[in-house]
Design a protein around this ligand. Structure first.
Ligand code: BG6
Length: 503
């Protein structure tokens, strides 16, 4: 092991190791998709790593099942994860409590209250975390019911966690926030965007502001354009009801993509505190130029997957997915071009695309630099390529710098190569999944990786007009599952004499 790493790890163990204090987490939507796929697996992993010890999980759901059945179901969900160990699960399941509840009925919260106060009495130091893993439409009712039963303010340390998308549009996000602030203080509210919990995404900040050599180039004088791709090979899985209401813009663009733009384009904050960092992220989003709605098709392409083959398997088209209406026009693919109106980014296009059932899972941010001013090289065999700095987020986790060298030989031919920093080669440590990081930050009370309300409303302000204008014409381009998305999306690029990066 590199001695530097060894020294570093000793220092980390001595200074920064974190173990949560006692807590009671109430998961509304305790048997839902998010609980099954992310929350329970994450809590299980944290337990296995001994980062959480004294806690209870109260899973609230609508089915009338007994706790034994809930535990059995949880085992089925968790068995699928890598590193599952029966003996660890046998201890973990003792922490699981199931509570049947109709969330729309205020009186149903009385029994929940009883359960919680009993648990609270067993450990008076335990903090309450209310995790709202439920559809946005029912969120306000739950918050009001919680508050009517005095589950909030009295417990000064209580935290409330709200999944993305926060609201359905800017107006509803504003209303939801007002409601939350009526019952909770700002520092008790955790608005989640799990992209901010990804190591590779946090690294963008470290890469930019921990090095002196890139920032002088990080502007319109040297950068030609930025490309952001969030491609998924999966379809909508069992989330038709949610997805029919959300579509790709509310599901991915309003939150994950906007956060990526913010991290790439933000100014250095005055310090490393949550408020300073959030202020800079929000400032960028507020500077995004509204899309010209009269020429929507010049900046935006929406698509929907048809049937096809993904990873060698035949898959159905979106409108043949369970519970999706046959005539649905919900977009599952978005490609768009944004500009940021500020001194640094004037006239630098940010091309973004996101979609489901594409060729493969692939998330990447590419900073494409301008060509050298004088074309001295590159007349034979190969044209010179522009430099690019590429952050590979998923499934590979790398940072690569693309540049030209001389191809060895008698001729004078330039050749493009990559200088690569690959996480798995450099770091042999086990690093947390995004949800592990986010849950630990909630327990610690660190809000740095959580979007603030101001930022969320600024993001809705960008996407609301796009959604509304698009809804009027519903111009949707079909693409074959397993492809790169609709051909129409290429026109966004070719029109500007550029091309999407292959994946
Ligand atoms: C979620 C979306 O926020 O992000 C899902 O609701 C999407 O539709 C998921 O599949 C993608 O996350 P990741 O971490 O797998 O890129």
């Amino acid at each position: 092991m590199n001695p530097k790493h060894k020294e570093f790890e000793v220092c980390l163990r001595e200074n920064i190791s974190y173990k949560s204090g006692p807590f009671i987490m109430v998961i509304f939507g305790g048997a839902g998709d998010l609980a099954q796929k992310k929350l329970l697996p994450t809590l299980y992993q944290l337990f296995k790593k001994k980062l959480i010890e004294n806690f209870s999980i109260v899973a609230c759901g609508s089915s009338s099942i007994l706790v034994e059945e809930y535990r059995k179901n949880s085992k089925k969900w968790l068995e699928k994860i890598e590193g599952f160990e029966e003996s660890v699960f046998n201890e973990f399941e003792k922490k699981l409590i199931y509570h049947q509840i109709d969330l729309t009925k205020e009186e149903n919260f009385d029994t929940l209250c009883l359960t919680l106060s009993e648990l609270g009495k067993q450990d008076k130091t335990a903090n309450f975390i209310y995790y709202l893993a439920i559809p946005p439409a029912i969120l306000p009712t739950v918050v009001s019911n919680l508050s009517l039963k005095h589950l909030c303010r009295e417990k000064k340390e209580a935290k409330i966690v709200v999944e993305k998308p926060f609201g359905f549009d800017k107006k509803s996000a504003h209303e939801l926030n007002k409601l939350l602030l009526h019952h909770f203080d700002e520092n008790q509210i955790y608005r989640i965007d799990h992209y901010l919990g990804k190591e590779t995404i946090q690294n963008i900040f470290f890469f930019r502001f921990g090095n002196a050599m890139f920032e002088p180039l990080w502007n319109r004088n040297y950068i030609d354009h930025v490309q952001i791709t969030v491609a998924e090979d999966i379809g909508i899985e069992n989330r038709a009801i949610f997805y029919e209401q959300a579509g790709v813009v509310r599901d991915i663009v309003q939150n994950h993509i906007m956060q990526l733009i913010a991290l790439i384009a933000m100014e250095p904050p005055i310090n490393f505190e949550a408020d300073s960092i959030k202020a800079e992220r929000t400032k960028v989003v507020k500077s995004i130029q509204p899309i010209d709605l009269h020429n929507l098709s010049k900046s935006v392409v929406m698509g929907q997957y048809g049937e096809g083959r993904v990873n060698g398997k035949h898959v159905v088209g979106y409108t043949d997915e369970k519970k999706v209406p046959k005539d649905s026009k919900t977009p599952t693919f978005f490609a768009g071009k944004f500009f940021i109106n500020n001194w640094r980014w004037e006239n630098v296009p940010f091309y973004v695309r996101a979609g489901k059932r594409l060729k493969k899972r692939f998330t990447e941010i590419a900073i494409q630099f301008k060509y050298p001013p004088l074309k001295l090289l590159g007349h034979k065999c190969q044209d010179i390529e522009a430099n690019a700095l590429v952050f590979s987020i998923d499934p590979k986790q790398k940072v690569s710098l693309h540049f030209n060298v001389k191809y060895p030989g008698m001729e004078n031919i330039p050749f493009p190569v990559d200088m690569v920093f690959d996480y798995k080669d450099v770091f042999k440590v086990d690093y947390p999944s995004p949800y592990e990081r986010i849950l630990i930050d909630i327990m610690k009370g660190d809000l740095t990786l959580f979007p603030g309300q101001d930022g969320i409303e600024a993001m809705w302000k960008i996407v609301d007009p796009i959604i509304n204008a698009w809804e009027k014409e519903k111009n949707i381009y079909k693409y074959e599952a397993g492809s790169f998305g609709p051909d129409k999306a290429n026109e966004l690029m070719t029109h500007d004499h550029r091309a999407w990066r292959p994946f």
